[in-house]
Write a protein that binds this ligand. Structure first.
Ligand code: TYC
Length: 103
């Protein structure tokens, strides 16, 4: 969503954002090696899920290939992605966390 300035030469070529800032969906991707219980711990620790909900999301990722961890403003989503990927690497797991802008 953007409007182009045509009248004010100072602003020509710039865009002015209107409306709320976009939200980002944070997702986990499936792989063949990360232990299921590690993924459950990630969902509990980084996304404040209870064990039962974390298990449901983990199984969805395991069976469907990807699953939603949460929806956040850009900087919070980017921080979570970074923290989860660092945590997974620290523990030598290939787990991938990504973010996508919401439609
Ligand atoms: N597929 C993994 C296994 O069978 C479990 C898993 C679930 C891995 C979710 C990643 O995001 C993931 N151990």
């Amino acid at each position: 969503m953007a409007i182009q300035h045509q009248l004010d030469p100072e602003l020509a070529g710039q865009e002015t954002r209107v409306g709320p800032p976009p939200l980002y969906t944070v997702l986990l991707l499936n792989d063949d090696y990360t232990p299921m219980e590690f993924v459950v711990v990630v969902l509990q620790q980084f996304f404040a899920m209870a064990h039962e909900q974390a298990t449901v999301v983990m199984l969805k990722v395991h069976t469907e290939g990807r699953g939603v961890c949460g929806v956040y403003p850009k900087d919070i989503a980017a921080t979570k992605v970074d923290e989860v990927n660092r945590f997974a690497r620290q523990h030598q797991h290939p787990l991938q966390c990504i973010m996508e802008v919401q439609e």
